[in-house]
Design a protein around this ligand. Structure first.
Ligand code: CP
Length: 313
């Protein structure tokens, strides 16, 4: 494929191919010599219309480790502030002939729309509540490395599912790889029609965590709540915040995940988040660089093949 817009578009084999290459990059990243030339001569532009720490920095590092020229657009200082539209901005950057465009946008579907207008490869770095494909892939790689497999696991995704593109992409990926997915959260934060996604739904942590191999916590996304359901943080933590007592309901070897940014004392206990015997939160960040290297390397191979075949301008 030319773009990476969502897990929805990937087959189980596509997912395995990305994860196998990412595994190799993860090992390479731990060695003193970190560079490859998979993106040599290519230009990568990062356009983040929403704040980011992990995704933007790891895409930047990934591009640099693969030898690309990487440019981070400072969107707050761009002509978007003068009223230029997303599409005009993208067409302007496209005219500079980048090879890879990495885009985060607050509106669901904005990255797919942009991908239709440009001639380079587009990677979705998170669009509204829709998808965050590289997050689901890095989560999958973290799980596979910790558990030794990525099938027939019970994965509990807990908290604010309704506003979460991370949850949506993970539900799709884990389902495609034949895992059992359980959503746990207050009914107001579970999307309508969740059961149609092939998942189990539960509003009680003790019950929902039973038998879980993986416990994935999510941030309460108040910025997407439009003044709707905003629970008291204390009450929320009491019922849904993960601490050692609630984790005891999961399997003894269950791992704890969080995509970040994390609100300690709201959705997760800070001590548990830092417990390297249970928490793989830092491994998730590390795998983020490897997965983004793999995703961009594979798209670059497609671009080169298209160019050699004369089908790409
Ligand atoms: N998990 C994630 O997307 O984090 P950032 O918002 O910091 O990129």
């Amino acid at each position: 494929a030319r773009h990476l817009l969502g897990i929805e578009d990937l087959s189980p084999d596509d997912i395995r191919i990305i994860l196998d290459l990412a595994d190799q990059y993860a090992d390479l990243n731990r060695r003193p010599r970190k560079h490859s030339d998979a993106l040599a001569g290519m230009t990568q532009i990062n356009m983040f219309f929403e704040n980011s720490t992990r995704t933007q920095s790891s895409f930047e590092l990934a591009g640099k480790r693969l030898g690309a020229d990487v440019m981070n657009m400072a969107m707050q200082a761009s002509s978007i502030k003068k009223g230029e539209t997303l599409i005009d901005t993208a067409l302007t950057l496209n005219a500079m002939r980048p090879d890879l465009l990495v885009v985060r946008h607050p509106h669901s579907g904005a990255v797919n729309l942009l991908a239709e207008k440009v001639t380079c490869a587009v990677l979705n770095a998170g669009d509204g509540r829709h998808e965050h494909p590289t997050q689901a892939l890095l989560d999958a790689l973290t799980i596979r490395r910790a558990k030794g497999r990525l099938h027939r696991l019970t994965v509990a995704i807990c908290g604010d599912i309704a506003h979460s593109r991370v949850a949506r992409s993970n539900i799709l990926l884990l389902g495609k790889m034949e895992n059992r997915v359980r959503l746990i959260g207050p009914p107001t934060l579970i999307p309508t029609g969740a059961a149609d996604l092939g998942v189990e739904v539960c509003d009680d942590m003790a019950e929902g965590l039973k038998g879980a191999d993986v416990v994935m916590m999510l941030r309460l996304q108040k910025e997407r709540m439009d003044g709707g359901f905003i629970p008291s943080e204390r009450e929320y933590y009491h019922r849904y915040g993960l601490d050692a007592a609630k984790l005891a309901h999961a399997r003894d070897d269950a791992i704890v995940m969080h995509p970040g940014p994390m609100n300690r004392g709201v959705e997760i206990d800070g001590t548990l988040a830092d417990d390297i015997n249970r928490s793989v939160i830092q491994e998730q960040v590390e795998m983020g660089v490897a997965v983004r290297m793999a995703a961009m390397d594979l798209l670059a191979r497609t671009l080169r093949a298209e160019r050699e075949g004369g089908t790409y301008a």
